[in-house]
Design a protein around this ligand. Structure first.
Ligand code: SF4
Ligand code: SF4
Length: 185
């Protein structure tokens, strides 16, 4: 954990995240409707409502270490339920990016999955299920995960021996390069 993250810099970081997400943190009055509808809440160590509360209080150290920011599936159910349309998935993602920059990985599997998925898209212009699943299983050590589904996936042409690239693979690669440069600014 970044020890130089004192109280003022934690608050500044919370405000920066809120600004980038287009969220006014004062709009949240802790009604909890986001947490009640979140499909990932059962696995989270902080409820979505608490994530906003920690940002309101500038409590970035525990938030950066939480698993919740890695488990958000960006389904937007919370945004639909929130009386103030607070963009929680964006808050979650931006906080997760800050955690990763500091080397804090709350859920290794999510981090690996995301990295492999993005490299996959960069290389082929689209996701290749067979590459994603194979590399994910090997790099996480979950060697047999989803293996029982393979016959069904082959039958339905979700995975197969051939890898197809999109015609716009070069453009997709360029777009992703620009997005990476932007996120490093
Ligand atoms: S639903 Fe909206 S206002 Fe209610 S706790 Fe969640 S973020 Fe805050
Ligand atoms: S976007 Fe994230 S926090 Fe919101 S309901 Fe979906 S999983 Fe939960």
């Amino acid at each position: 954990m970044d020890e130089c993250l004192n109280q003022n810099s934690q608050r500044a970081l919370a405000n920066k995240i809120a600004e980038e997400a287009g969220v006014n943190l004062h709009d949240c009055y802790q009604c909890g409707k986001c947490s009640a509808g979140c499909p990932m809440a059962r696995g989270m160590d902080l409820m979505p409502r608490q994530v906003v509360h920690y940002l309101q209080l500038g409590m970035m150290k525990p938030l950066l270490k939480s698993k919740a920011i890695w488990l958000c599936a960006a389904c937007h159910t919370c945004v639909d339920r929130c009386p103030h349309d607070i963009n929680l998935p964006s808050l979650m993602e931006l906080t997760r990016m800050e955690a990763k920059k500091r080397g804090i990985i709350g859920v290794q599997e999510v981090d690996k999955f995301t990295d492999i998925f993005l490299e996959n898209v960069k290389m082929f212009g689209r996701n290749q299920e067979v590459v994603l699943e194979g590399l994910y299983n090997v790099t996480t050590g979950h060697l047999m995960q989803d293996m029982l589904n393979v016959p069904h996936m082959i039958k339905n042409k979700i995975v197969g021996p051939e890898l197809s690239m999109t015609k716009q693979a070069a453009e997709v690669k360029e777009l992703m390069k620009r997005a990476e440069e932007r996120s490093e600014e």
